[in-house]
Design a protein around this ligand. Structure first.
Ligand code: FAD
Ligand code: UDP
Length: 386
């Protein structure tokens, strides 16, 4: 048979498009993913001890978009969380992101918003338009706090100087003079109540959608007939690295189950200056699971290479220049949509990827002739256990 859409990747980008095209247009969608599960990097699972873990690092859902909340709420209920993290350096835990509590820890006495604001005004460097991740922090808090919390964490995570990364990388982290101690600032912060994998399974459970797991597009494409391709994998791989490989950062996750209810005082502790790992995540704090045991995950940044996952595009001018050459090829590639974090080489959060996929859906739908697939409004496709 000829599929209306072949969708490469069952992460947020591919899944949202499959769900929309199948349910709203009656299109027949084949989703392939080379991993053995759906959800992409947002996949979660229960480990041997019964602890719910985010398989590829902590995925804290947050958004300011009511449209995206409404869309995903068709497939999940939510467990609200105020994501809270700490930073460990100089032999103690610090409130992080930097706020009035952090400032009081630094002074070792009580303070006020006014005192913090006037002190930061003295400490910060007069950089009006920060051009990189070093400048964006120095322009807000000056050298002392930059060196304590940002400089070495960023070097460890990216194996680059902060000055060689876009301002948006460290600029993601809020800096506050009040006592708001949430890691993120978006108005909606919650996890899918039964986990991401359950949500993805619901999104893909449609008679017009077939999912093939452990299936690599490059190996399968010769045997699949389709009208339009939706590609959510790495863009340089799609074009056989013809301009050379794009840089990515990879990670190694080491988990440890402990016979105690909790290991650390917060869901996530960052280690800017100690150890080879950047953070220890104890997701149980966020999921609210009640168990006598716990599992922690240490996250080690690694270079990308054979056998490694391309977790992070590198937000930097040199990488963007190379990406733009690939983007120019993508622009003239007929019958293909490039969607998602890897296909558009953007350090995007989940909600931004959902937004991008919904926008692409509107574009594809608008381009369809009226009543595009009258004969195929519901196709019997074998159900897949996801
Ligand atoms: P992906 O989830 O990467 O999905 C792409 C899929 O395509 C993959 O499953 C891959 O196997 C498949 N694929 C690629 N090539 C092929 C091929 N040739 N054949 C078959 N399949 C292929 N976002 C947040 O909002 N909050 C967070 O807290 C957060 N934390 C994160 C932590 C880490 C460590 C990482 C890496 C990311 C984090 N993100 C977070 C970002 C989030 O993971 C992404 O925004 C989102 O998952 C991207 O979805 P996607 O569909 O674009 O890509
Ligand atoms: N960062 C840092 N110190 C920290 C936390 C973050 O320097 O304690 C910097 C680092 O460069 C990191 C970026 O801010 O890559 C974004 O952090 P975030 O926690 O959002 O990273 P993610 O969860 O996307 O890996």
């Amino acid at each position: 048979m000829t599929w209306d859409y072949l969708i490469v990747g069952a992460g947020f980008a591919g899944t949202v498009l499959a769900e929309r095209l199948a349910s709203q247009c009656g299109a027949r969608c084949l989703v392939v993913d080379r991993r053995d599960h759906v959800g992409g990097n947002a996949h979660d699972h229960y480990d041997a001890a019964g602890v719910l873990l985010h398989t590829y690092g902590p995925h804290y859902f947050r958004t300011n978009s009511q449209r995206i909340i409404d869309y995903l709420s068709q497939f999940t209920e939510w467990h609200p969380v105020d994501y809270q993290i700490l930073s460990w350096t100089h032999g103690r835990f610090w409130q992080f992101p930097i706020n009035l509590n952090t400032f009081e820890q630094l002074l070792d006495r009580a303070s006020t918003e006014e005192e913090m604001a006037s002190t930061l005004a003295e400490w910060r460097l007069p950089i009006l338009e920060p051009k990189n991740s070093e400048e964006v922090i120095l322009s807000q808090v000056g050298h002392r706090l930059y060196e304590m919390f940002f400089e070495n964490y960023t070097r460890k995570q990216w194996r680059r100087e902060p000055s060689q990364l876009d301002a948006s990388v460290c600029g993601r982290i809020p800096i506050r003079t009040n006592r708001d101690d949430r890691y993120l600032s978006e108005k909606f912060q919650a996890l899918p109540k039964e986990g991401y994998s359950a949500m993805f399974a619901r999104m893909l459970r449609h008679p017009n959608i077939e999912v093939r797991l452990g299936a690599d597009y490059r190996a399968e494409r010769a045997n699949i007939k389709f009208k339009h391709l939706i590609y959510t994998g790495p863009i340089d791989e799609y074009f056989d690295h013809c301009y050379g490989p794009l840089p990515y950062r990879s990670l190694r996750f080491e988990s440890e189950t402990l016979d105690q209810e909790f290991f650390q005082p917060a869901m996530q502790v960052n280690y800017p200056n100690d150890h080879d790992y950047t953070r220890i995540v104890e997701l149980k704090h966020a999921t609210g699971q009640k168990l006598p045991v716990t599992t922690i995950v240490r996250e080690y940044p690694e270079d990308f290479g054979p056998g490694k996952e391309p977790y992070y595009p590198v937000p930097a001018p040199d990488a963007r220049k190379l990406y733009e050459r690939y983007a120019a090829l993508a622009d003239v590639e007929k019958g293909v949509s490039f969607v998602g974090r890897l296909a558009t080489y953007r350090y995007y959060n989940m909600d931004q990827v959902v937004g991008m996929a919904l926008a692409e859906f509107e574009k594809l739908k608008a381009a369809l002739p009226a009543n595009a697939w009258p004969e195929t409004s519901v196709q019997a496709v074998p159900a897949v256990e996801l």
